[in-house]
Design a protein around this ligand. Structure first.
Ligand code: PMV
Length: 306
């Protein structure tokens, strides 16, 4: 029998609340899932026709060709091969709620949803994460694994490379995501941080350590509903990430706009260099969303819950 796909699979997008970049070096990170970040449907086509992938929201539409060097094709091939899934005879179409390549976990959500199409939604999470990492390694080289874990499990997770995931108990709250619409590459930003760390280890290592410590302080603020402290820690996180060289004018401008418009704090989220910020609303998300709309900035709410 030829390899089969399940007819539907979904995966979470994500926001990293704290710990991007430092997580690569073994420190903890906190991330929250965005439900139905990517939803995929699969239908059989003619026997022998190349595997097709179409996600109009991300301008993705291609047939899998063995000679293609495009990262999406390579990732699709890597995931299907890992799962003993089909390389021909299926058409996969997708819808998404998250912007592509903007720090909201688009590549991990796609990798996880593809792995679930091949393995089934009910496959053990660790198996789905492992299969998706075959794709994430194509996109990012040496991913920490945080994005794949949150794209698979959702909720809010504390993650370290050595110990994996631990859930957190807390009362739900909201963050607002705003997009600079400036494209960037995670692999590039991660490589730049590594270069800076290699050149100035005595300067950069304490910054990474402080970003790790922020996670512990933020966890305490979250479980005690201390949002004033949480906002302040987001400010510190943004400044420390700036020291790693992953901020840019566009991100700083959105952080400043959020702070002027009633946010308790704001920071870049994900790899930086462009992409998105997250802001913690002071008094409901309304004023922040309005301010971003007035400034013609794409923004949306994410409910952070266990
Ligand atoms: O920008 P994103 O969604 O690809 O997030 C990258 C997070 C990093 O910590 C910078 C890299 C990683 O592998 O964890």
């Amino acid at each position: 029998m030829r390899p089969q796909l399940h007819s539907r699979a979904s995966a979470f997008g994500k926001v990293i609340l704290f710990g991007e970049h430092s997580v690569v070096y073994g420190y903890p990170a906190l991330a929250a899932g965005i439900a139905d970040g990517v939803v995929l449907h699969a239908q059989p086509t003619e026997h022998g026709r190349p595997l097709e992938l179409s996600i109009p929201d991300w301008d993705v539409d291609f047939e899998l060709r063995p000679e293609s060097e495009d990262p999406l094709s390579l990732a699709l091939h890597a995931i299907m091969s890992h799962c003993d899934g089909p390389l021909t005879g299926w058409r996969i179409t997708g819808q998404t709620k998250i912007p592509a390549r903007a720090g909201c976990g688009s590549s991990a959500a796609l990798s996880v949803a593809l792995a679930k199409l091949a393995l089934g939604e009910d496959a053990p999470p660790a198996q789905i994460v492992e299969a998706s990492m075959a794709g994430e390694r194509v996109f990012h080289g040496n991913p920490s694994g945080l994005d794949s874990e949150i794209a698979t499990r959702g909720g809010m997770l504390r993650y370290t490379r050595s110990d994996g995931v631990a859930p957190l108990r807390f009362a739900p709250f909201t963050v607002v995501v705003a997009n600079t619409n400036k494209p960037r590459s995670t692999a590039h930003q991660v490589a730049n941080v590594r270069t800076r760390k290699t050149r100035f280890p005595l300067v950069v290592d304490p910054v990474l350590q402080a970003l790790g410590q922020l996670v512990t302080s933020a966890e305490r603020a979250i479980v005690t509903n201390d949002f004033k402290s949480l906002g302040e820690l987001m400010e510190v996180s943004h400044e420390l990430l700036s020291g790693l060289g992953v901020c840019c004018e566009e991100l700083d401008r959105l952080v400043a706009l959020a702070n002027r418009s009633g946010a308790l704090g704001a920071k870049l989220t994900g790899a930086g260099g462009g992409g998105c910020i997250i802001a913690l609303p002071g008094d409901g998300a309304g004023p922040l969303l309005k301010a971003f709309e007035t400034a013609q900035v794409e923004a949306f709410e994410v409910r952070v819950e266990a």
